[in-house]
Design a protein around this ligand. Structure first.
Ligand code: HSE
Length: 438
């Protein structure tokens, strides 16, 4: 086969970026595939707006009907970049039924309906590639499928949401509150309006579900992943974290515990000298530990037309090579030829064991510290450091503590009990600490 025909559904930011990569780098892509990759059709509800990249002949290539691509017998590979759930799923499944290979960047779809889509790809003997669904231009899926495939993956800690990372970076650098930074980011076009799924941890959980599915060989729904966002992080907590030697990041964490998997998304304190603490602005990074390779770090832009277009094209090239070579059996979507024997069991958050940061808002009266410490000790929580700032104005003061490792269920109960004390003025802030185990 000297030509691989591609149909792109969705001509928005990523669709246009994909088309731009394919046209700009056509020659090297042809050399790398051994066949020409041709965009035969592009479907979008808007085929009039200028995407900053010429499509010629537009009347032959552009269509408003995705079925023109899915039913075209000459198209080998469908690229789904429309986003959304139901319609995108319908198109992908129909394309697979028609024997077409699929590339998608749709993290929400894979995180929710991955199991069904992965199964459909295998049933119909077609390839499904999803590099662009996680980390934009960072080739983390390729690394897990190929470069790291000799390893048991032990730990994965990612900064997977650029919007949150941008917000936390600005809060840290400029000492501004969350809402102010969000408003600025929205008005500058750096964040969605409102960026709910970015700041509440959902987007990072989507991506973590996909990483886990590939790293551990079985589909996981994002709904099984505990998630918290960054909405409650305050400049005070960022400042106290700094005094203790930490930065606050929104982390997506997966750890192999043997019989169970720790999987969660939450704002976390990490040591300032850890490499992930220094991933700033809208950058993403994924730290992986494999049993033989040791630590690995992947860093880059997690979104945007060009980086995400680069990831989509990598997937197109990968599948195009397999199509051209006439591979009898394609690599399964999760890169495990034999399905994992047991379902992945995710550890309930209550069983998590980690150090904690607590910020109590308490009256500055004799005995307060000992009452708080007494309750912590009742629940077996051991304090490792304390800061109490002198009172500048009337009213409650912050008492800030770091603990040694403690069980989440104990921490939750202790905080409930502390928050009932008459000397405690506001709900205690709890932030998990990724200590030296990283
Ligand atoms: N909304 C995502 C982010 C972009 O902020 O990282 C792409 O997944």
């Amino acid at each position: 086969m000297s030509q691989i025909n591609v149909g792109i559904i969705g001509f928005g930011t990523v669709g246009a970026g994909t088309f731009e990569v394919l046209t700009t780098n056509r020659e090297i892509i042809t050399d790398r595939v051994g066949a020409e990759v041709v965009v035969k059709k592009i479907a979008d509800i808007d085929i009039e707006s200028d995407r900053g990249v010429p499509v010629r002949p537009a009347t032959e290539i552009l269509t408003v009907d995705a079925m023109d691509l899915i039913d075209d017998p000459e198209i080998d590979l469908i690229v789904e970049l429309m986003g959304g759930l139901d319609k995108a799923k319908e198109f992908i499944l129909k394309a697979m039924e028609n024997g077409k290979h699929v590339v998608t960047a749709n993290k929400a779809l894979l995180a929710e309906y991955g199991a069904e889509i992965y199964r459909a790809a295998e049933q119909h003997g077609v390839g499904l590639a999803l590099e662009a669904s996680v980390g934009g231009g960072i080739p983390i899926i390729g690394a897990l499928k190929n470069g790291l495939s000799g390893n048991r993956i032990q730990t994965c800690v990612g900064i997977l949401n650029g919007t949150s990372n941008y917000i936390l970076t600005k809060m840290t650098q400029e000492g501004l509150p969350f809402n102010r930074v969000v408003d600025e980011a929205v008005s500058l076009g750096f964040a969605e309006d409102p960026p709910t799924l970015d700041v509440d941890g959902t987007d990072a959980a989507h991506k973590l579900a996909i990483i886990i599915s590939i790293a551990f060989g079985s589909p996981v729904s994002f709904k099984d992943i505990y998630r918290e966002g960054i909405v409650d992080v305050t400049p005070d907590d960022i400042r106290f974290a700094d005094e203790f030697g930490y930065r606050i990041k929104l982390l997506a964490i997966a750890k192999d515990l043997g019989d169970r998997l720790e999987a969660r998304v939450n704002a976390a304190m990490i040591p300032k000298d850890h490499i992930l603490a220094n991933v700033n602005e809208a950058f993403n990074a994924i730290y992986i530990e494999g049993d033989f390779v040791g630590p690995n770090l992947y860093y880059g832009l997690g979104a945007g037309r060009r980086p995400t277009g680069s990831a989509v094209v990598a997937d197109i090239i990968g599948l195009a090579r397999e199509i051209r070579s006439g591979a009898k059996e394609l690599m399964p979507p999760l890169a495990h030829v034999r399905p994992r024997a047991n379902k992945i069991v995710i550890q309930p958050i209550e069983d998590l064991i980690t150090p904690y940061y607590f910020r109590f808002s308490a009256l500055d009266t004799p005995g307060v510290l000992s009452r708080i410490a007494g309750i912590l000790s009742e629940y077996g929580i051991s304090i490792s450091s304390v800061i109490q700032k002198g009172r500048k104005t009337k009213g409650p003061v912050s008492i800030v503590m770091l603990t040694h490792e403690a069980r989440e269920s104990a921490a939750q109960k202790a905080i409930l009990s502390i928050d009932e004390l008459d000397v405690v003025a506001e709900k205690t802030v709890v932030i998990r600490v990724e200590g030296n185990q990283l």
